[in-house]
Ligand binder design. Sequence first.
Ligand SMILES: Cc1cc2nc3c(=O)[nH]c(=O)nc-3n(C[C@H](O)[C@H](O)[C@H](O)COP(=O)(O)OP(=O)(O)OC[C@H]3O[C@@H](n4cnc5c(N)ncnc54)[C@H](O)[C@@H]3O)c2cc1C
Length: 336
Amino acid sequence: MQPKVCVVGAGIAGAGAAHAIGESADVTVFETDTVGGRMISGHRNGCVYDYGANYVDPPDGRVEERIRSVAGEELVETTGDVWIFDGDGEIEEGRPNQGPKLTGRNGIDRIVRAFLDASGATIREHTHVEHLARTPDGWRVSAGKEEVEYDALVVTPPTWDLFADADWEADVRETLVAARQRQSYRTIDSVALHYPFEVDVPYYGLVNTDKEHAVGWLSRESSKPGHVPDGEEILIVQLSPAWSAGRPDATPEQAADSAAEHAAALLGDDRLADPDWWDHEHFTHALPGDGINPALFEYALGHDLGLAGDWLAGTGRTHAALETGLDAGRSLAGRL
Ligand SMILES: Cc1cc2nc3c(=O)[nH]c(=O)nc-3n(C[C@H](O)[C@H](O)[C@H](O)COP(=O)(O)OP(=O)(O)OC[C@H]3O[C@@H](n4cnc5c(N)ncnc54)[C@H](O)[C@@H]3O)c2cc1C
């Protein structure tokens, strides 16, 4: 009989792990919400918009080729460059020769879906993993109404509660929980603003470089082939971690109003203060500030446990999270 592996989380790290394990095991991926995690896309009135991660920027040709080989049919390249602005809203050209910025024609979440589809794993969306228990031969996983034994486990979420609550008598559990509790994460309110007209500016995105502005990132979904019909625009406005963490009780309406007002001021166009519809997501765990001791990855493997996620990489980049998933999957597959 094939060994059984459980993957917690269907973000890009979990998808990478499932893909690397492939046919070496019978893999089930549990996801509280829907496939994609922070690579989340919205679909409304004929528009597609990426309001978590905005694009994937592979750091080198090897990583780019890996992504293209799995998700090639889904991929489109964003046109235009990223420019910069400061706390006073002064906009300047960004650095030249910026590399490719990839997303899916039907949303960035399709890249995650492509890795999962190619893996052959069983995907259980809307099924939260509630509890983990170490057994003599592997792990018992409680998810939904089920309790199932697995030979190995991959854990990807950016929170530590699964380890804190696990029935697992091992020093490495406490070390892991302590290391993760020390980790910092930036919080971001992200808003998609729709307009029934085009926004004519010479860049795709704007990033605030001095961290002094209430907006950290602003970009145009019309720069992505297939995302916005001609004659319309969707702006993605990510409010800064200072704004977002400083207003934990802000309603989605307040975040959307603030995003629209800042977009109007930054781009010098009053019409932008009044979108005809909007969408919003509050990411408490948006971007990790640091990683954890990589030795924990090796210790965990000795307990039939793969660790993956941007929290392990210590950087909030999709390609880095993917690499951690692929590493965890390969390492576990070699031990099954
Ligand atoms: C606003 C924003 C903008 C960003 N912009 C970019 C960008 O432009 N480019 C870039 O490269 N990166 C960007 N990032 C970072 C990037 O999105 C992340 O680094 C990456 O997506 C993390 O992937 P992951 O698989 O590690 O975690 P996640 O995507 O968070 O996946 C973890 C999954 O686990 C699920 N889960 C949690 N607990 C459980 C449980 N108990 N049971 C089952 N499932 C569970 C969650 O629902 C989630 O789907 C951005 C992030 C944010 C929030």
